[in-house]
Structures are given as C-alpha cells and as structure tokens.
Unconditional design. Structure first.
Length: 276
C-alpha cells in the first residue's frame, strides 16, 4: 500500500545552507518515492507564497501551510482558515507599539513592515558581515514592502523578537489567536508568530485524509521542531531530524541523521520508501 508523506520544510526538507532549495539527496528521495507510488505533501509553517519555485519543482502532491490553516491537494483547496481583519489590525498595531518588525503571511504574498529589511540586515550582519543584505534577500526573496498592512487574507503574522518577553506577552495579549515561535528553541527563538487558534499540522492532516479517503496508518510525518509534534502524534510513523529540537526527537518514532547530512534521504531508505 502506498504511503502518504508529510514533510516539513525548514530544518527538514531544507537545511542550513538555503531556505529556497533542498539538498540534492532530499530532492532525489522525494522524487524517487513518488515514482514508487507514494504521495508527498509539504507540511510547513510557511504560507503558499513563501514556498519558492525550487521547492515546488521537486514535485509534490499538495501542501499543508501556515502550520495547518491551509490544505491543498493537486491545486484544489481542501481547507483554509485565516486570521480575521480585526485580529490582523490588532497584531499590526501591537507590533508597532513595541517597535517590532514583522511580516504578514498570506497565500497572495508576504507583506513586510516598514523597516523589516533593515532590522534583518542588522541582525544578519553579526554573522555575515557585508554580505548581510544579500543573505536577507536570499532568505526572503519575495517580500513585499509598502502595501496596506491591515489585511483580511492573512494566515499568520511573524514578528522579530526584541526579547523572549515579547513572546510571553503575546500569550496574554492574543487569547483569540495561537502564539508560537520559530528560528530557535524556547527562550532563544528569533521570531514569534500569531496564527489561528485550534489549528495544528495534525488537525490539517486529518482534513486531508478525510478528503483523500485514506487511513492514518498509511501516513509518515517528517519534522524537526515542537510545532511538528501534533502531526507526529497522529501519523502512523513519525521521523525527526537529528539536527532538530530535542522535544521533536523525543516525540518521534525514529530519529534520522542531521538535515545537512542527508537526513531525509537516509530516513526514506530506512523506511523502505526508496532503495539505497
């Protein structure tokens, strides 16, 4: 029986070298698995506009985006829940009031605050020096500046943390949304985010399986962070990357090699999805 593969993007499909392209071994693994009759879906915190063409070119049957607020199969929208216009306005005003730069993640595009790029370059300069601007453009190649930030099509809001207290305060400020974080472990993450409440990757997997009329036992989840645990908990098999967060590794059935050490490819071989 063919398997249904749910593959996180950042830290799972893509490694430390690029946010827009996957290692050659991962590309081969996904393409070969699909040739062998398995289905492969992206299952990511990114919205559709943030899944860049080199990733789509690998070949996928669809995606779960926004950490579970959007589900698509072969171009057909299965489910989509987004932040309301009022919630978006609240989040934008809150970020501005705390001098935090942010961007709004929608399927139509990524809409950045006024000084997001400047703040990103400043942060990246410690690591990349005079190449910081080029790295910012590489990490966020299609960011839209100058657009109206009060929107009604937003899946999720990501904001740059000035301190961990920002993320803690978001839990009190937004009881009607789901506060999260990414870009590092709890207490040290670079970004906070705000998404739809009661939305998880696991919930989205269930929506897709109902649409496909498939059984949960046929599913395999691949991820690297705590946000992936809900899909680990419901999928038939779960795989964490060796370079992932400890919480994800503790929750997984199997821990593969690091992402940059052909971890996805090695997991596919281990599970018999492809031959070595």
């Amino acid at each position: 029986m063919s398997k249904i593969l749910f593959i996180d993007v950042d830290g799972t499909l893509t490694g430390s070298k690029s946010t827009t392209e996957a290692p050659a071994s991962a590309v081969y693994a996904v393409q070969q698995a699909r040739k062998n009759g398995h289905l492969a879906y992206l299952c990511t915190g990114r919205s559709k506009a943030e899944v860049y063409q080199p990733i789509w070119d690998i070949g996928f049957d669809g995606m779960i985006g926004g950490n579970g607020c959007y589900v698509e199969d072969h171009g057909n929208i299965v489910m989509h829940q987004h932040v309301s216009a009022e919630q978006c306005r609240h989040a934008v005003d809150w970020c501005h009031s705390r001098n935090m730069e942010f961007y709004l993640e929608a399927n139509s595009g990524l809409y950045a605050s006024e000084h997001f790029k400047d703040k990103m370059i400043q942060g990246l300069s410690h690591q990349f020096g005079d190449k910081a601007e080029a790295m910012c453009d590489k990490f966020f190649p299609d960011m839209i500046y100058g657009a109206d930030l009060y929107r009604e099509d937003v899946n999720k809001i990501s904001y740059m943390l000035n301190s961990w207290q920002d993320q803690l305060d978001s839990r009190v400020e937004f009881p009607d949304l789901l506060p999260g974080f990414w870009g590092g472990k709890e207490g040290e993450a670079q970004f906070g985010d705000l998404g739809c409440k009661d939305i998880t990757k696991g919930n989205a997997v269930n929506h897709l399986l109902a649409y496909l009329h498939r059984d949960i036992k046929d599913t395999i989840a691949f991820g690297d962070e705590a946000v992936d645990i809900p899909m680990f908990e419901i999928c038939g098999t779960s795989v964490a990357m060796g370079s992932g967060q400890q919480a994800a590794k503790d929750a997984a059935d199997y821990v593969t090699a690091d992402t940059d050490d052909d971890g996805l490819y090695k997991a596919f071989v281990h599970l018999g999805l492809i031959e070595k």
